[in-house]
Design a protein around this ligand. Structure first.
Ligand code: SAM
Ligand code: SF4
Length: 336
């Protein structure tokens, strides 16, 4: 079992398979795009699979595939299928912006993906274009977000649990949070509101605190009833709403923090193992994977990285907004 020096059991790994994305959300990427890592720099799927097999032996039980946009990388669904077959791995889930989801759904269901999180910050097509910087000439532009909602319904009809992740943004989607929450009435299993974290290209942007989002929803007559439920791998607090089959969740990453119960490690696309989202510390697993290291050496490096997991992060301490630092702590690089 992987236990860090603060007694937390680490059983959850987020694997970012690419730093590329078909969107450029305003809080995640710069407007002029980014210089992507070269193909050689990115772990091959066989390398990432071997890493996952080694950490499964150390007690990792759940894996989330993320990015960048994971579905832009060719071969990601067979990779997911191969991960679900690793002894010890109980769940492989996916986080996506939903643009390419429909075409992969049947294959994902066959691969036994245990759940899909769809990031959807707005239901308004115009706001969607503004927020994601999707060009209006792009064929997806006229269809999103309505098509993404239809895709989520289809995913559930295939038996895949679906959660929506929404980042409330002042002056952008503030006015439609109740409408987004209403997706939990019958369309998805949960809608989770995630406080904007001041990392990467979001440094300097003010989050809307979860408490304020709750007040906004209650003013729109949503009765939020606390539940003891802990759904999934994350730090969300869930509420039931009378008449809704799904739950409403809050991930108050900034106003409350979730470090005390953090159970995760992160693997970046280029094979750096990060014990904490907000810390610059990373272990270079790619070099080990590419220089003939034995599984035991890889396991040793992971155990060391886990032991060095910091007690927590302090977003307020992140003051460096230089382009270099934004790039290094960008969510599309780390995997959100
Ligand atoms: N492209 C996929 C997607 O959008 O779901 C996966 C990667 S994306 C980096 C993962 C999640 O991180 C998304 O839900 C996105 O909204 C969230 N995210 C990105 N930057 C964030 C920030 N600064 N604070 C909070 N969440 C953020
Ligand atoms: Fe792409 Fe996801 Fe970042 Fe948006 S949040 S730019 S979809 S990686």
């Amino acid at each position: 079992m992987l236990i860090d020096s603060f007694g937390r059991t680490l059983d959850y790994l987020r694997v970012s398979v690419t730093d590329r994305c078909n969107l450029r959300c305003i809080y995640c990427m710069p407007s002029d795009g980014v210089e992507h890592q070269s193909h050689e720099a990115i772990l091959r799927f066989e390398e990432a699979h071997r890493f996952c097999r080694v950490v499964a032996n150390l007690g990792i039980r759940r894996i989330k595939i993320t990015g960048g946009e994971p579905l832009v990388r060719k071969g990601v669904v067979p990779f997911i299928r191969a991960l679900t077959a690793i002894p010890g791995i109980e769940q492989v889930t996916l986080t996506t912006n939903g643009i390419l989801l429909d075409r992969h759904l049947d294959e994902l269901a066959a691969a036994k993906v245990a759940g899909i999180n769809v990031s959807l910050d707005t239901l308004n097509p115009e706001t969607f274009r503004r927020l994601t910087r999707l060009r209006s000439g792009d064929p997806s532009a006229s269809a999103a977000p309505a098509v993404i909602v239809k895709t989520m319904e289809r995913a559930r009809s295939l038996g895949i649990p679906v959660k929506v992740n929404c980042v409330p943004l002042r002056g952008i989607n503030e006015g439609e949070l109740a409408r987004i929450a209403a997706l939990a009435e019958k369309t998805v299993d949960a809608v989770r509101f995630i406080e904007l974290m001041p990392l990467g290209y979001a440094a300097g942007r003010e989050p809307i605190p979860g408490g304020e989002v709750r007040t906004i929803l209650e003013r729109c007559s949503l009765l939020l009833c606390p539940t003891a439920e802990c759904s999934g791998n994350g730090p969300a607090t869930y509420f039931a709403v009378p008449g809704y089959s799904g739950r409403i969740g809050f991930i108050n990453a900034v106003s409350q923090g979730f470090c005390e119960t953090c159970n995760r490690l992160r693997l970046t696309p280029d094979g750096q193992l990060k014990p904490c989202l907000a810390s610059g510390t990373a272990w270079d697993l790619r070099t080990l994977l590419r220089t003939g290291a034995a599984d035991s050496q890889i396991a040793e490096a992971v155990t060391q990285a886990a032991a060095m997991k910091p007690a927590g992060h302090w977003f307020s301490a992140i003051t460096d907004r230089s382009p270099e630092n934004c790039k290094d702590t960008a969510m599309f690089r780390i995997g959100g």
